[in-house]
Design a binder for this molecule. Structure first.
Ligand code: ZN
Ligand code: ZN
Length: 382
């Protein structure tokens, strides 16, 4: 949750950091430091509201000046501010592993498999579905922040260089928060890949502003679909919010269905639990594999980030077979322990017999024929 820029005091936001820097500037913070923190920020924030609004205002999800969830979705639960401030004072060291996270150098074959996934950490993954490749929420940057010197930074290095990712058929983006849409990564994908960026409404304006050719941008509303080769990519409802600057909910958020002739994968992106999972499962499922977020949860923002138990419930609603957790391990964005999400996930999944695979960052799992067994690697580094 500590992932976007807003005036909210709990967030490690650039805005508040810069404001703090400006306030302390009088107390002799070197101007060069402030300058370095702010360098490039206007570009990072992306398209502004007045440019976005005419492009998105026709969407059924857009009303009274912003995109809306279909169920009431406070980004902050009423009455939770005091508890959050207390947690902030206690610090967030629990969310940091005590030893280096073990990485695997990604080994991606030249021929894409029937069903495989390489997890690069957090929500970044390379899907192989029926011989084609889809890269989801690729974040290779060091910080999930508009600033090069402030904001949450990686808890482990990227497991492999972006240039080693083979040519993909599409790049899917779930929403415009920094931990899912990374400007340095986008810029490199413009030259290193030729695939289209398939994104929820409004995000195309960010991308075009960053140099992605217009013909490589496919923008979809919920229930919109785009085909690449034999794959159908469908933009589906998620329960979340958006924004890279002070302005919120100017672009849409979504999950994605990747459907091939033989296999189906659900990519959750970033979402709270919501009733539409069941309808998505009925319409697009069952899914051979789901990638669902399990980390960065808190009772204070329960509506916009699922906890592990809710993620298992969503997996069941969707008609998922194998569960692969995302949105944990790579960035410290909440107050829970670093490995708590995966511990809770395994307990919850065991109660309902859901098979879970937990790759190390960089590890490729081939699920074409059988579900691989992934040993516990996180307990030793928690
Ligand atoms: Zn988000
Ligand atoms: Zn996120």
């Amino acid at each position: 949750m500590l992932e976007d820029v807003s005036p909210d005091p709990r967030r490690t936001s650039l805005t508040s950091a810069l404001a703090a820097a400006a306030l302390t500037a009088a107390a002799a913070v070197p101007a060069a430091l402030i300058g370095r923190a702010a360098w490039g920020v206007p570009t990072q924030i992306g398209a502004r509201r007045r440019r976005l609004r005419p492009l998105v205002a026709g969407s059924p999800q857009f009303s009274q000046g912003r995109f809306r969830n279909t169920v009431p979705t406070p980004t902050m639960e009423p009455g939770s501010r005091g508890a959050l401030l207390a947690q902030l004072r206690e610090g967030r060291s629990a969310g940091v592993p005590s030893r280096p996270v073990p990485l695997v150098h990604p080994e991606v074959p030249t021929q894409a498999a029937a069903l495989a996934v390489t997890w690069y950490g957090h929500a970044s993954a390379l899907l192989e579905v029926d011989g084609h490749r889809v890269l989801v929420d690729p974040v290779w940057g060091e910080r999930v922040s508009p600033s090069a010197t402030l904001g949450p930074r990686r808890l482990h290095p990227v497991p492999g260089p972006l240039e080693e990712v083979p040519q993909v058929d599409a790049v899917l983006i779930s929403h415009d928060h920094y931990d899912h849409l990374d400007l340095p990564t986008v810029r490199r994908l413009v030259t290193e890949q030729s695939a289209p960026f398939v994104v929820p409404l409004g995000i195309g304006e960010h991308l075009r502003g960053w140099g992605v050719p217009a013909e490589r941008v496919i923008e979809l509303d919920w229930d919109g679909a785009h085909t690449v080769g034999p794959l159908t990519l469908t933009c589906v409802e998620a329960r979340h919010f958006s924004g890279r600057g002070l302005s919120r909910d100017d672009t849409l958020w979504s999950s994605w269905v990747v459907r091939g002739p033989r296999h189906r994968v659900f990519f959750g992106g970033d979402t709270g639990y919501h009733p539409a999972f069941a309808a998505i499962g009925a319409q697009h499922g069952p899914f051979d594999l789901t990638l669902l977020p399990i980390g960065a949860y808190s009772p204070a923002w329960a509506a916009i980030h699922m906890d592990p138990e809710e993620a298992v419930r969503a997996h069941g609603d969707l008609g998922g077979r194998v569960f692969l957790p995302i949105h944990w391990a790579t960035f410290n964005l909440a107050f829970h322990g670093w490995a708590e999400p995966v511990d809770r996930l395994l307990e919850a999944a065991a109660r309902v017999d859901v098979p879970v695979v937990v790759p190390r960052p960089g590890e490729r799992l081939d699920l074409s024929d059988a579900t691989p067994v992934t040993p516990d690697w996180w307990t030793a580094v928690r």
